[in-house]
Design a binder for this molecule. Sequence first.
Ligand SMILES: Cc1cc2nc3c(=O)[nH]c(=O)nc-3n(C[C@H](O)[C@H](O)[C@H](O)COP(=O)(O)O)c2cc1C
Length: 188
Amino acid sequence: MKILALQGSARKKGNTAKVLGWVEEELIARGHEAALVYLHTKNLNGCMGCAKCKNVVDDVGCVQKDDVPDILLQMIASDLVIFASPLYFWGVSAQLKAVIDRTYSLYTRYHEPGHASLLEGRRQALLVTGAGGWDNNAEAAFTAFGRIHKPHKTIHAGQLYVGSCTTPADMDASVREQAVAFARRITA
Ligand SMILES: Cc1cc2nc3c(=O)[nH]c(=O)nc-3n(C[C@H](O)[C@H](O)[C@H](O)COP(=O)(O)O)c2cc1C
């Protein structure tokens, strides 16, 4: 499977990077082709909501000329995209949210006959790390992720929240096991 990870944390050696590293190791060990885009180094603008993309059916319709159209093309060319992020104020980081918002340009005629998506049939997974526990904290990110598959016409491949994070050095073998199990689940 061709897999693209969108790393939404600016911290290259942070908690999300550590868990994602374990996920990628397992994916590669299982023969998958894994690529990573470190979003913090990219020039990412938010969606302008101009809806000009809605007139473009068979290509990335976004009119903005930053680094996002190329990332969207990489998403289209992948069988599975992993959205990876620290939890920031109950949601994903601004870097990742900007890319997710710009996927607005990948589908047309939502809620109408002829709804089409350039991501149709692809798999998507969510990996989030946070300082807090699950309750009253991580649910919103999972809920939002659960809803994007309808406009995208994608398959919800799986989700993982690693909570109570302090530093990457403090992550024990049980977190690695969760990462490995997640890698297997999202490609099964
Ligand atoms: C701006 C900001 C907002 C945060 N908001 C939350 C939050 O809502 N819930 C939570 O559990 N942790 C929150 N945290 C903690 C981070 O999610 C946590 O430390 C995460 O594992 C950091 O990942 P990283 O090392 O990959 O950047 C926040 C941290 C920052 C800097």
